[in-house]
Design a protein around this ligand. Structure first.
Ligand code: AP5
Length: 212
């Protein structure tokens, strides 16, 4: 089972991807996480990536396609969750070619439907465990003193989780990424899930779309 989670910033892609990793043993490939790791390297590329991400704009296609290519292999049999990739039509074409090379196919593309007006509160309320990456929210999933999964006491907030960068991220979503909805509809593997529900209900709906 190889799937794409598609949706605007704050739609809940990362939250649901982590559950599928824990519950189904799938492999999450988040280009956002890979780029956040790359930006901490003190290379020129890392510095450029950090600037682009903090502004809310998209990193170039060749960089993110290269990151995904490094991770795909024949061996993984539990399936990939593409989280935050592809984000442009060029990335979508490249993903198709990369999957062919490792003899895999895309089963479903899940559009996580949300209203824009919930996104600001989801983004500004988010914090992430530094130890394991578990995502919390000040209202819907309050951050504990120690992380419920790994016991770490250190949490951080993303540099692009502010209203100004969110506006740019949303513009990028509507301009560059939302055309993928039509692209995958035409290919026949688009499904949608109501991302406005409680986190557990979203997970249930997603499981029923994927496994019936
Ligand atoms: P990326 O890291 O991919 O961020 P994003 O797509 O903007 O998505 P988010 O991670 O912000 O949101 P999410 O949908 O995962 O929501 P989450 O589950 O955390 O990308 C960051 C940047 O990297 C981009 O702007 C770009 O610069 C670059 N980049 C990445 N990939 C790229 C690519 N392919 N090409 C080019 N550039 C790329 O949930 C959010 C909050 O809401 C959490 O606090 C959570 O607890 C809460 N929540 C989740 N679900 C629910 C629910 N159902 N009800 C209530 N609260 C909920």
């Amino acid at each position: 089972m190889n799937i794409i989670l598609l949706g605007p910033p704050g739609a809940g892609k990362g939250t649901q991807a982590r559950r599928l990793v824990e519950e189904r043993g799938m492999v999450q490939l988040s280009t956002g996480d890979m780029l956040r790791a790359a930006r901490t390297s003190q290379t020129e590329m890392g510095k450029r990536v950090a600037e682009v991400m903090d502004s809310g704009n998209l990193v170039t296609d060749d960089i993110v396609i290269g990151l995904i290519e490094e991770q795909l292999s024949y061996e993984n049999s539990n399936g990939y969750i593409f989280d935050g990739f592809p984000r442009t039509l060029a990335q979508a074409d490249a993903l198709g070619e990369l999957l062919d090379k490792v003899d895999k196919r895309l089963n479903f593309v899940i559009e996580m439907r949300v209203d824009d007006d919930v996104l600001v509160s989801r983004i500004v309320g988010r914090s992430t465990c530094d130890g394991c990456g578990e995502v919390y929210h000040s209202v819907t999933k309050p951050q504990p003193v120690t992380c419920g999964l790994c016991g770490s006491k250190i949490f951080s907030r993303r540099a692009d989780d502010n209203e100004l960068a969110l506006k740019t991220r949303l513009m990028a979503y509507y301009k560059d990424t939302s055309p993928l909805i039509g692209y995958y509809y035409a290919k026949g593997n688009l499904r949608s899930v109501n991302g406005l529900q409680d986190i557990n209900l979203v997970a249930e709906e997603l499981a029923s779309v994927l496994w019936g």
